[in-house]
Design a protein around this ligand. Structure first.
Ligand SMILES: [Fe+2]
Length: 164
């Protein structure tokens, strides 16, 4: 299995798109299946955002150093999607906002994924050495095991002395 970071993230995009399609194929009548799929999507998107924002991006910054580098400018963070994940998380299909929120989440995530693949990933591929991308990919695979699956989880480890 390749550990190239871009290959791995594209695989995650593909799996997410598959889930989006599956969600859209389920009719509104099958409420339980819709909620299950929506929560599954929220979990996978939360992990994906975490890996990009907390592992990939900081390593790219460290390797490129120059903040004006095209590959750093091309980055879009995932906060808008994280917020939508929080909104969807924990809502049932009986909630009047559920369907609209899931629709917004799916279209925002799909738009970001295609932008990453069209613009950002090619810039990363051009800016970084193959060995760097392999090393980042290995780290992504390791962190994925412990990455938060719920949108509110700020870090992968148990909270350390959180106030209150
Ligand atoms: Fe992505």
């Amino acid at each position: 299995m390749s550990s190239d970071a871009i290959v791995l993230l594209k695989q995650e995009h593909k799996e997410l798109q598959r889930l989006f399609k599956e969600y859209r194929a389920v009719g509104p009548a099958d409420a339980a299946a819709r909620v299950d799929l929506a929560q599954h999507i929220v979990h996978d998107l939360t992990v994906h955002s975490y890996l990009v924002d907390e592992v990939l991006y900081p390593q790219v910054v460290a390797l490129l150093r120059d903040p004006a580098h095209e590959a750093l400018r091309g980055y879009r963070d995932h906060r808008a999607i994280d917020r939508l994940c929080e909104e969807v998380s924990g809502r049932g299909v009986g909630d009047p906002a559920f369907t609209g929120l899931v629709d917004s989440l799916l279209s925002a995530a799909a738009q970001q994924m295609s932008q990453e693949e069209r613009e950002w990933f090619p810039q990363l591929r051009a800016a970084l050495r193959r060995a760097d991308l392999q090393e980042i990919g290995t780290r992504l695979l390791a962190v994925r095991e412990t990455a938060p699956r719920h949108p509110s989880g700020p870090v992968s480890d148990a909270p350390q002395g959180a106030p209150g």
